[in-house]
Design a protein around this ligand. Structure first.
Ligand code: LMR
Length: 327
């Protein structure tokens, strides 16, 4: 609980806000839920390298990957409490605070990482990232992972009917629940750190994630089929909290901002490479039967999901989605 972790809020995590000049001594904690050979971890390592180097060691950066400090259920609250200073949750995990974070779950909205990046770097994307300020949270940038592939233990997915009767794990939010519901599947959200066990025990039949998350968490050991289709994406919001952010003087903040900038570049540059390497490893492992949907099969899903798309285009905001469509 936050109270039990109050020790984490010790003075080393709070810069001395009264220090107007010079680099402030402090510890920055970065917490995330995925494995280490992932875009998120690459970006975090770059942030650590740049911030520690430019502050001549006055700022220490500690990274806690793989839900080792906080998992899906409690990372956001601990960010707000300033027990940690940065998290990079998959955006649909934030929909409870802001419906705009359903955007990565809009079926076939973005054709590439670059299109998604261009939207989130643009005025509309930045406006959505800014909507967490009511929680005392600042959305500072978007880090991509990539298109999500479907894994399951029932059958290869080739057309909308193939989902009928399945139970799919999602990252949460009404859009994903509606999406799988439209395909005739039940859905439930399970924390990423508990997903392998849930798949192994058959609590759910399948899940969807980019290759890097499927391979790095060895989901192919417990999933018979991988269907390459990219209906939705995993994109992250790099978040910090206003307590920490406002405690820094200009010189210190400039160093942290440089770390964010270079971490964002590395996360973006590594996403495609790490997912391609993971795809090749999955093929090499040979644990799952892999099928890639054809253009026609993808087209059938697009048509089938058009009513859902149009309904959610309204809900999220036609102007926002049209901006995303233009990228
Ligand atoms: C998941 O929970 O499936 C992923 O979003 C985890 C992550 O942060 O990539």
């Amino acid at each position: 609980s936050i109270a039990a972790l109050s020790g984490c809020g010790s003075s080393t995590n709070h810069a001395d806000a009264s220090q107007k000049e010079g680099i402030q001594q402090m510890t920055i904690k970065i917490s995330h839920v995925v494995a280490e050979n992932t875009p998120k971890q690459m970006g975090a390592l770059k942030m650590k390298e740049v911030i520690e180097e430019k502050s001549e060691g006055k700022i220490k950066v500690e990274i806690f990957p793989n839900s080792s400090l906080f998992g899906d259920k409690d990372e956001y609250q601990n960010l707000i409490a300033n027990n940690i200073q940065f998290i990079m949750p998959e955006m649909t995990k934030l929909v409870g605070s802001e419906a705009g974070f359903n955007i990565p779950a809009m079926p076939f909205l973005f054709e590439s990482d670059q299109a998604a990046e261009a939207f989130w770097d643009g005025e509309k994307g930045k406006e959505v990232l800014g909507r967490l300020e009511k929680d005392g949270v600042l959305g500072v940038s978007m880090w991509p992972n990539g298109a999500k592939q479907i894994t399951n233990n029932k059958r290869p997915i080739e057309s909308p009917e193939d989902f009928k009767g399945m139970k799919i794990r999602t990252t949460g939010g009404q859009l994903l629940e509606d999406l799988f519901g439209t395909l005739g599947a039940g859905s439930t959200s399970i924390p990423f750190g508990e997903l392998y066990t849930a798949l192994q025990q058959g609590t759910v039949d399948g899940q969807d994630n980019p290759y890097s998350n499927i391979e790095s968490k060895k989901f192919d050991e417990v999933q018979k089929y991988i269907s390459i289709m990219g209906i939705t994406r995993v994109d992250y919001a790099l978040l910090t909290n206003t307590t920490f952010w406002n405690s820094m003087n200009d010189e210190t903040k400039a160093i942290v901002e440089l770390g964010i900038e270079e971490g964002t570049t590395v996360a973006r540059e590594s996403a495609a490479k790490l997912n391609e390497e993971a795809r090749e490893k999955l093929i090499e492992n040979g644990n799952s039967q892999i099928n890639e949907l054809s253009e026609e099969q993808i087209e059938e899903f697009k048509e089938f999901l058009t009513p859902l798309y149009n309904e959610w285009k309204e809900k999220i905001g036609t102007d926002i989605i049209e901006d995303a469509e233009s990228r």
